[in-house]
Design a protein. Sequence first.
Length: 95
Amino acid sequence: MRFSLTALATTTAVVWGACLLIVGVAHLIARSYGVAFLDGMSSVYPGFHAARTAKDVFVGTLYGVFDGAIGGLMFGWVYNVVAGRGPARQHAGSL
């Protein structure tokens, strides 16, 4: 079985972007929510700060979408390479 790289990249982009959006909006509502997570993400993504502004939520969401797409694409590519080389490949109908 092989992954569709487009589908996996799109899915991981949406999921990771949504994670950052939801935590960012929750942090806007409740100041103490997600502080450690947002501080960690601000150390990874340049230009993103864990401040309580809509701009930072937007920037973090964009970083999440972009990073999720790249991560999903890389994971799917590596999986497809490894799955295609195994000696015990099964046919699609034998599961």
